[in-house]
Design a protein around this ligand. Structure first.
Ligand code: NAD
Length: 419
C-alpha cells in the first residue's frame, strides 16, 4: 500500500470552488448555496452476518445539487468511509455533469464496510438493505446511482432489483452501470478510460507533445487504468513504462506489454512480480521520468510533498481528486499541464447518461454509437475548458470549475429561490 495519508477531500473541493468563484460574477447568495450540499441522509442499519450475529452498518447518500436534473453519482464501499468524503465527491459530481453539460445534478453515497472481509451473501444483504434505507431518495427522476470503488455491475443489479421489488415492476433507469442483460449500456465499463484517452490525445496536441514514442506511467490498474493502458499502447502506440496497484508498482524503461501485465494481475492478484520489470513503490512510481502521468487509483496522491519531484509534463486525472490545490500551485509554477478530473474522467458519467436515456426509451444503441457520442461530448467540453483557460488566464482546473459552477448558478438564478 502507499504511505500517503488520507486527504481532506472536503477542504480540497471547497478550496477549488473558492478559487473558481473568485473569477466569476454570481448573484449574491447563489455561491453560498452551492458551497454546501442540498441534502444529506445518514442511515444505520442491521445485517444478519453469516455467523448468525447482527452487525450495524452506517451508510450515506448526499445530494449536492439537483438544480439541473436528477442527482447522479456513484456508491462506494470502503472501510472508514466518512461523510466529508462523500460530501466532497457529491459536489464534484455536480461540476462533472455540468462541465460536460448533461442534465444531471451531483450525488454520492456509500457504506462504511470492508468488502474484502465480507462474503458475497453479506454484500448482497448490505446492498439491498442500504438501497431500502435510501429508497426515499432514489428514482429515475430523482437520484440515479452508479458503481464506484468496490462496487460493480452486480451491486447495481441488486440495487435495481430491490428498488423494482418495492415498486412491483422493473425500473432499469434507477441505476447505471448495470449488466447489459438487464438494461446496461454497451461501452459503459470502458467509458471512463476511453474518455480519458480522448482527452489526453487532444491535450497532447494542444501542448505540442508528440505522442509517437512518448512514455506514460499509470497509477492504478483497475477498470479505468487497464482501459487507459490498453488504448495508449495498442491504439496510440505509446510506451507504458510504469504501472501500479495497491500492492506496489513495476517499472521497465523500455515499456511492457500491458495485456501480459493484466494476465499476471489476474493470475496473481497484483501487477507486482511481473517478470520483465523492476518492483518499485507507489511513491517512486509517481516520480518516474515520463511524458505523461495518469493517476487512476485514489484521491490525494500528489501533494505539496511530492509535486516538485513529478517529472511528467502532462498529468491526466483519471482518478477523482488525485492532485491537491497546493500541488496544483507547484505544477502551475513548473509549467506542468494538469487535465482536471471533472473532464478527464467524465466519460463514465457521460455513458451513464446514455444508459439512463436508453432505459427510459427502452431503445438500445451499439458500442460504435456510444463511443462516437462519448467522443463528441468529451472533446467539446475539453475545447470549452481550454478556451476559457486561455481567455481568463487560469489553470485548466479553475477554467473547468468556472464553466461548471456558472452553468449551475445560472440554472439556479433562472429557477429562483423557492418560495
Ligand atoms: P478499481 O477499484 O477498478 O481500480 C482501482 C485500482 O487502484 C486498483 O488497481 C487498485 O489496486 C489500485 N489502488 C487502490 N488503492 C491504491 C493505492 N493506495 N495506491 C495505488 N493504487 C491503489 O477502480 P476504478 O473504477 O478503476 O477507479 C479508479 C479511480 O477512477 C477512482 O478514483 C475512481 O473514483 C475514478 N473514477 C472511476 C470511474 C469509473 O467509471 N470506474 C469514473 C470516474 C472516476
Amino acid at each position: 500500500m502507499t504511505t500517503v495519508e488520507r486527504p481532506d477531500l472536503w477542504r480540497m473541493i471547497q478550496e477549488q470552488f473558492d478559487r473558481a468563484v473568485a473569477h466569476l460574477v454570481i448573484a449574491p447568495g447563489y455561491a453560498d448555496k452551492l458551497r454546501e450540499p442540498q441534502r444529506i441522509l445518514t442511515v444505520h442499519f442491521p445485517i444478519k452476518m453469516d455467523d448468525g450475529n447482527i452487525r450495524i452498518f452506517t451508510g450515506y447518500r448526499v445530494h449536492h445539487s439537483i438544480t439541473r436534473g436528477p442527482a447522479k453519482g456513484g456508491i462506494r464501499y470502503h472501510p472508514a468511509l466518512t461523510l466529508d468524503e462523500i460530501k466532497a465527491l457529491a459536489m464534484q459530481m455536480t461540476w462533472k455533469t455540468a462541465v460536460v453539460d448533461i442534465p444531471f445534478g451531483g450525488a454520492k453515497g456509500g457504506v462504511d464496510c470492508d468488502p474484502a472481509r465480507l462474503s458475497q451473501g453479506e454484500l448482497e444483504r448490505i446492498t439491498r438493505r442500504y438501497t431500502s434505507e435510501i429508497s426515499l431518495l432514489l428514482g429515475p427522476e430523482t437520484d440515479v446511482p452508479a458503481p464506484d470503488i468496490n462496487t460493480d455491475d452486480q451491486t447495481m443489479a441488486w440495487i435495481m432489483d430491490t428498488y423494482s421489488m418495492m415498486k412491483g415492476y422493473s425500473v432499469p433507469a434507477v441505476v447505471t452501470g448495470k449488466p447489459t442483460a438487464i438494461g446496461g449500456s454497451e461501452g459503459r465499463r470502458r467509458a471512463t478510460g476511453r474518455g480519458a484517452v480522448f482527452a489526453l490525445r487532444e491535450a497532447a496536441e494542444r501542448i505540442r507533445l508528440d505522442l509517437r514514442g512518448a512514455h506514460v506511467v499509470i497509477q492504478g490498474y483497475g477498470k479505468v487504468g487497464q482501459t487507459v493502458a490498453y488504448m495508449l499502447q495498442h491504439v496510440l502506440g505509446i510506451h507504458v513504462i510504469g504501472i501500479s496497484d495497491s500492492r506496489g508498482g513495476i517499472y521497465n524503461p523500455d515499456g511492457f506489454d500491458v495485456r501480459a501485465v493484466r494476465r499476471h494481475k489476474r493470475e496473481s492478484g497484483s501487477v507486482v512480480g511481473y517478470g520483465e520489470a523492476e518492483t518499485i513503490t507507489n511513491a517512486e512510481l509517481l516520480e518516474l521520468p515520463c511524458d505523461i502521468l495518469v493517476p487512476a487509483a485514489v484521491e490525494g496522491v500528489i501533494t505539496a510533498a511530492n509535486a516538485d519531484r513529478i517529472r511528467a509534463c502532462l498529468v491526466v486525472e483519471a482518478a477523482n481528486m488525485p492532485v491537491t490545490p497546493e500541488a496544483d500551485d507547484i505544477f502551475e509554477e513548473r509549467g506542468i499541464t494538469v487535465l482536471p478530473d471533472i473532464v478527464a474522467n467524465a466519460g463514465g458519467v457521460t455513458v451513464s447518461y446514455f444508459e439512463w436515456v436508453q432505459d427510459l426509451q427502452s431503445f438500445f444503441w451499439t458500442d460504435e454509437e456510444v463511443t462516437q457520442k462519448l467522443r463528441e461530448i468529451i472533446l467539446s467540453a475539453l475545447n470549452q475548458v481550454w478556451e476559457t483557460a486561455e481567455e481568463k488566464e487560469v489553470s485548466l482546473r479553475t477554467a473547468a470549475q468556472m464553466l461548471a459552477i456558472s452553468r449551475v448558478a445560472r440554472a439556479s438564478e433562472l429557477r429562483g429561490i423557492y418560495p
